[in-house]
Write a protein that binds this ligand. Structure first.
Ligand code: FUB
Length: 323
């Protein structure tokens, strides 16, 4: 695949989570819409209220099937607004969708919805995952265990928590202090709860020193994704206000992860968010940009481009503005 390709030109979708189920590629995106809510740093204008599932049997040439609406805010009784980036995991013939949604008091929690097929429809559980918070869940399956990565600062509310507890006065660490970490938790056997207290996903530099909050071109902001390549764990994420997709590598699902570099330079638009997946012997970066919405920063379109590695396992940097 020589050039990046727009996947679904007929609608605005973003934040792709992508998996291969039963030999077919399934995309679980956020569904952007013109909400009329003015843009602000908390992302209130990202007021999405449903999810679609997309699928394809060939990335290079195949057409994209839209399986329609599979979950709506109005069906999630504990929630209020903003269905942001979700992910889906498969276990014992069931498909579990994990999604962030604000509860009735405006606090993001992570909910679960279950389907019998990868294309849904998904039926939500009555309550969110106990002890869950913030946004952008991404699930790694490894030897029958499932690990959920999550978190995001600013509108994602991670700065409202310390030691997994809501604090009185939300605050980010100062510039020279270690940055706020994304979280990881093993899921319970029934996939409906955390089996442990969420742990920090530590991202360190080449000397083993944690990245600082002021290191805005490398520190974590949001958009966790985990994939394995040649037996190593690649944790990738967005730096948010500096608009980079970066990655860090570790030797186990919990880390620590050593910062390696940039995967994707800034795209057109404020947010950048992605999934990395292998399909039919090639690796792909699914992501989004705002080129088709001509200058608006919140209506995003799905894209895919081939991702390549150097012989030492380093990911080759991709230009976000390539056509
Ligand atoms: O789509 C809403 C939010 O924007 C996502 O949850 C973030 O990762 C960013 O892409």
């Amino acid at each position: 695949m020589k050039q990046a390709r727009y996947l679904f030109p007929t609608d605005y979708m973003a934040d792709p989570a992508v998996h291969v189920f039963n030999g077919r590629l399934y995309i679980y995106p956020s569904h952007d819409r013109e909400s009329g809510i003015p843009e602000n740093d908390n992302g209130d204008h990202f007021d999405m209220n449903d999810y679609h599932v997309l699928s394809m049997d060939d990335v290079e040439e195949g057409s994209v099937t839209d399986h329609g609406v599979v979950l709506r805010v109005e069906d999630i009784h504990w929630g209020s607004r903003q269905l942001w980036d979700c992910d889906v995991a498969h276990k014992n013939g069931k498909y579990y969708m994990y999604f962030p949604l604000k509860d009735k008091s405006g606090i993001f929690c992570i909910g679960v919805a279950i389907a019998d097929r990868p294309e849904g429809p998904f039926k939500p559980e009555r309550l969110p995952i106990p002890g869950s918070f913030s946004i952008d869940p991404a699930v790694l399956e490894e030897d029958g265990k499932y690990y959920m990565y999550f978190g995001g600062i600013w509108g994602g509310q991670l700065q409202r928590y310390r030691n997994n507890r809501l604090i009185q006065t939300p605050s980010l660490p100062s510039k020279n202090e270690p940055s706020l970490c994304p979280k990881v938790a093993l899921l319970s056997d029934d996939m409906l709860e955390f089996a442990e207290e969420p742990r920090d996903v530590l991202i360190v530099d080449a000397n083993g020193t944690p990245l600082t909050q002021g290191d805005t071109k490398r520190r974590f902001f949001e958009a966790s994704w985990m994939h394995k390549y040649n037996g190593r764990y690649y944790f990738s994420y967005s730096t948010g206000d500096t608009h980079l997709l970066c990655y860090a590598v570790g030797n186990n699902p919990y880390g620590p992860f050593t910062y390696q570099g940039v995967i994707l330079t800034p795209v057109v638009g404020w947010t950048t968010h992605h999934a990395i997946v292998e399909f039919k012997g090639k690796w792909y970066l699914f992501h989004h940009d705002c080129v088709p919405s001509q200058g608006k920063t919140w209506l995003r379109s799905l894209k895919v481009v081939e991702l390549q590695y150097n012989a030492d396992g380093a990911i080759k940097k991709i230009e976000g503005t390539q056509k």
